[in-house]
Every structure is written in structure tokens, then in C-alpha cells.
Design a protein around this ligand. Structure first.
Ligand SMILES: [Zn+2]
Length: 352
């Protein structure tokens, strides 16, 4: 209001009560318009292949259950590293010890420089105990983690293969260890991501424009509502949902509020890095049971999620200034409002 009044005063026009009232109403109306939806360019066609990603789930499950510190997880780690290096990524193992267990995050970069503006993440460990299994006799058996573990990794591995090389240096792929052992033998959740973020410098934190987390994205009846902690950065979340809508994936990316999940995006949010968790919710019936097996997953679900993330990366990199933030959009609305107020003022004045 102050801005428009001063502006009209500067151009030397008279100001009366009637036009002020109309101007005020107009500005209130314009500022009340919901944020303009993101327009997706149709110049890039995603090539993410769901069948390939599904094979990566089967491959990981062939190692058996993969809890932190296990030989199975170590073998699976070598498999992930091989796949990444085969596609030209430079891989670093970030080792840390938690509860006397040697753990290791896998970091994949395009070239030795760490200058990526976007982090794509997933956990690759699986839960040591199926303590949500309907049969209590199974509670001490390990989870195979086809969906809870392998599915997010599978999407990242397929992206590592299909992302255009022109955008790869702007992306860091991070596979977290020690995510899924919370409340077992004194363990807490999300230890790999906590360690990863603890090792970032302040400059590095400032340079990260977005973190996208993939967790439980393979179920044949996939449903991903908007995770609540991710709503701290609504423009990031809304951008991804807009892309999903453009591709007709409304039955997977649901326009509804999901749960408030403790997941690997939390340490990033705590560091004020825009982060979004793409996670099935309510959790599927196979969650933390011995039924979390590859046959419950589908190529179609993996492909939907993979293609949305692929387009998100390509459309918003390398020029991350394209990424719609809250404040510039508000400024845009104000910029549109000012000329409209001036025009309406003169129209009203002319009519009197
Ligand atoms: Zn889990």
C-alpha cells in the first residue's frame, strides 16, 4: 500500500479516497492469487526405463538382507559402486563408525570437483528386524528391503545412466548407510545422512539448491502424498508435483498431505537446505515385514518417479535461477499489481 501511494505521488497525480479504496482492493486481490503454477517446457523427453530400475531391485535383493555392518551390505555396496563407475561417475566412500559398526555412505560425483547444486539421495541399508510383521514369530528375521532400501537406490542407479551428461556435474548422488535401524539395539534412525550433513562446510551448504530424497518408491500400488516436513520448502515440493501432473501421474503424486516422516531429508532441512522426501504413505503393508520382496514392486511405479526426477533435474539445471522461489514470485505479483493499479486509477478518474 505504502509502495503504490508513494509511486502515484511521485508521478504527480491527484489522489482521492475512491481510487485509494479501489487500488487497495485490487492489490489485496492480486496478492491473494495463489502462486503461479510452474510451466514445464516440452523440449525434453525423459528416457528413464522402469524395467531397468526393477532389475536393479532384484540385483540388490539377490545379496539377501543388507543391514549395516553386514557382508551382504558390503557386497551390495561394491555392486552400486561398479554400476556408478561403469557410467563414468567418480565414487567416494564416506566411512564413519556408529555403535561400533563401520558404516559407509556412497557419494557419486561427475568429476573430482564438488560443485553440484543438487543432491539426489536414497538409503541403501535395510532393516535388521521385521518388527512390523503381522506374525510375531518373524519379528527377529531381517527385512529384504526391495521397496524399503532397494527401490530408491534403483531409481538413482537408472538416473546415473540416463541423465544427460551436460547436467551431471551439477548433481551429486548420495547413498546413505544406517538409515533404517532405529529403535533396535539402541540405534537411532538416519545416521548416514546425519553424518553426511555434519561434514558439509558452510559454503557447501549455501551452494546446494535442492535435495531430493527417494524412499519406498517401488510398490506396485505406489502413492506419494506431500510429506509434511518437506513443506518447509513448498516451492521445491510444488515444482515436483507440477511436473508429475504434466506427465499425468496424479494417481501416484497425490495432491494431498502425507505423514511427517523422520527420514534422510531431515538433516538437510535442519541445515536450511531445501529438501523434499518422495515417500509412499501411508506405508505399504509390506513395510518392515518379511513381505518386502521384489514381486511387490513394479516397473511402472519406478518409471513414474524416475521420469519426474529426471525432468526436474534437467529443467532446473544447470541454471538453478529458474527454480521458482517464494520471494521473487511475490515480487512478480507486486510488479504486475502496480501498473494495474495505475491503469485502474485513471479509468476510475476518467469515469468521474
Ligand atoms: Zn524402513
Amino acid at each position: 500500500m505504502i509502495l503504490s501511494k508513494r509511486f502515484l505521488g511521485d508521478v504527480g497525480t491527484e489522489f482521492d479516497g475512491v481510487s485509494l479504496k479501489y487500488s487497495s482492493l485490487l492489490i489485496i486481490f492480486l496478492l491473494g492469487i495463489p502462486h503461479i503454477p510452474v510451466v514445464i517446457g516440452d523440449d525434453y523427453s525423459p528416457v528413464f526405463n522402469g524395467e531397468e530400475a526393477l532389475q536393479y531391485i532384484y540385483d540388490q535383493c539377490d545379496f539377501g538382507p543388507r543391514p549395516p555392518g553386514s557382508e551382504n551390505l558390503s557386497d551390495c555396496r561394491s555392486y552400486i559402486v561398479d554400476k556408478l563407475e561403469l557410467n563414468g561417475w567418480e565414487v567416494i566412500l564416506q566411512n564413519f563408525t556408529y555403535q561400533e559398526t563401520l558404516c559407509s555412505n556412497i557419494l557419486a560425483r561427475w568429476g573430482p570437483e564438488v560443485n553440484s547444486t543438487m543432491i539426489l539421495g536414497a538409503h541403501y541399508d535395510t532393516r535388521p528386524k521385521a518388527d512390523n510383521d503381522p506374525n510375531p514369530a518373524n519379528h527377529n528375521l531381517p527385512v529384504l528391503g526391495a521397496n524399503d532400501g532397494a527401490s530408491g537406490v534403483a531409481v538413482l542407479l537408472e538416473l546415473a545412466k540416463v541423465l544427460p551428461e551436460a547436467v551431471r556435474s551439477y548433481v551429486e548422488l548420495v547413498f546413505f548407510d544406517a538409515e533404517d535401524s532405529g529403535n533396535i539395539d539402541g540405534w537411532d534412525w538416519i545416521q548416514g545422512s546425519r553424518y553426511f550433513v555434519s561434514q558439509l562446510s558452510a559454503d557447501r551448504i549455501d551452494s546446494i539448491a535442492a535435495m531430493v530424497l527417494l524412499d519406498m518408491v517401488g510398490d506396485a500400488n505406489l502413492r506419494i502424498p506431500k510429506e509434511q516436513n518437506s513443506m518447509q520448502f513448498p516451492s521445491l515440493q510444488n515444482t515436483i508435483w507440477s511436473i508429475a501432473h504434466e506427465f499425468g501421474y496424479d494417481s501416484i503424486f497425490l495432491n494431498e498431505t502425507g505423514g511427517r516422516i523422520t527420514d534422510d531429508h531431515i538433516p538437510f532441512l535442519d541445515a536450511d537446505i531445501p529438501a523434499v522426501d518422495l515417500i509412499h504413505y501411508p506405508f505399504p503393508s509390506t513395510w518392515h515385514t518379511i513381505e518386502d520382496t521384489p514381486d511387490k514392486c513394479s516397473a511402472a511405479s519406478l518409471q513414474a518417479v524416475g521420469r519426474v526426477v529426471e525432468v526436474f533435474v534437467v529443467d532446473y539445471l544447470p541454471d538453478v535461477s529458474d527454480f521458482p522461489q517464494e520471494t521473487p514470485l511475490d515480487f512478480l505479483v507486486i510488479l504486475i499489481a502496480i501498473p494495474l493499479v495505475i491503469v485502474s486509477y485513471f479509468i476510475i478518474r476518467r469515469q468521474q
